[in-house]
Design a protein around this ligand. Sequence first.
Ligand code: NAD
Ligand code: ZN
Length: 359
Amino acid sequence: MAPQFTIPKTQKAAIVEKTDAPLKIVDNHPVKQPSELAPGECLVELDCSGVCHTDLHARNNDWPLPAKLPLIGGHEGVGRIVAIGEHTQSSPVKVGDRVGIKWLAYSCLDCEPCRKGLEQSCINGQYSGFTVDGTFSQYVVSWVTHVTPIPDNLSSAEAASILCAGITVYRAIKYSKAKIGDWIVLPGAGGGLGHLAVQYAAAMGLRVVAVDTGAEKKELVMKLGAEKWVDFRETKDLVKDIKEATDGFGAHAAVVTAANGAAYAQAIDYLRMGGTLMVVGLPARANLSADIFFTVVKSINIIGSYVGNRQDAREALDIASRGKVKCYYVTKPLSALSETYEGLAEGKIVGRVVLNMKE
Ligand code: NAD
Ligand code: ZN
């Protein structure tokens, strides 16, 4: 028999009512009751949620696509399924399972992008903490086909940020064509996505040049497997420093995870012939400008990379569960969300902040 859970009528949640209004932490937000779940939906009682820079973009509504309002942000949640909608057919998960909530909450699995394995670009997609309410709450509604089973040997806090930051950089590195022994540049290396990218890259046998700023981030990324470090604030010539670090020829690939347009500016110049720029960081209102002449004569590849599909999620978690990649995080209560956003805006968060929903 499926375990029985007592589901409260109200919960704690962090709500953005209007873009310019302060974030509100309430303890009386309604919990969708099991009888109200549509077929295919599930209710997850959350243990915790990572805070991604994307949540700050959603909170500020600074992207070309608007977030829903009012909004509960968050898309790196882990918790237990406490109810599944009546008449749900062939669910791959059951009540009591521990699962993750990632950015892609739902895809139709039947449009052309879905059929081609690009479900994250589904034309009917729903996104946690953006088009549907996310994980900065004690309970979240999601879809049985898209929640991700969590390996038993990872704690919820350890698994949380693999569900966005981990999946995203794992997929970007996988599609960068970089091979064992190649140089990869990681601008944004000390942030949430970046510090996981250092570890996935090292686990894949790549040689990492980490680019970020400050002693604390430097210490972290060197400990996690970077070979070279360039401080973007201190360098006098970023391209020269990266070329010198990469045998004089430049890097085979770059995965940019900075939320800042400047981090893209010189990527074509420090890539070697045939190099690949993976476009991952999503600065507000920014254009990618690349010198056309050098993009052509250097045979440069420029590839946009958007989170990952259900398979990328399984693979990224599997690598973490085998101890190859560990999220570096501090845990805080939900009430620390506003100060975490300030820290992200100022570039002061080293690794990740994971919010404990049980506190
Ligand atoms: P973060 O704030 O934790 O990390 C960003 C890091 O970039 C910081 O350490 C900062 O110091 C560094 N940085 C800033 N300017 C830089 C520069 N000029 N050169 C090098 N480093 C620089 O943010 P995060 O949570 O890792 O997210 C990063 C970005 O990735 C955000 O824009 C987010 O929306 C985006 N994102 C994209 C995807 C995707 O699917 N493509 C998925 C998740 C997040
Ligand atoms: Zn994210």
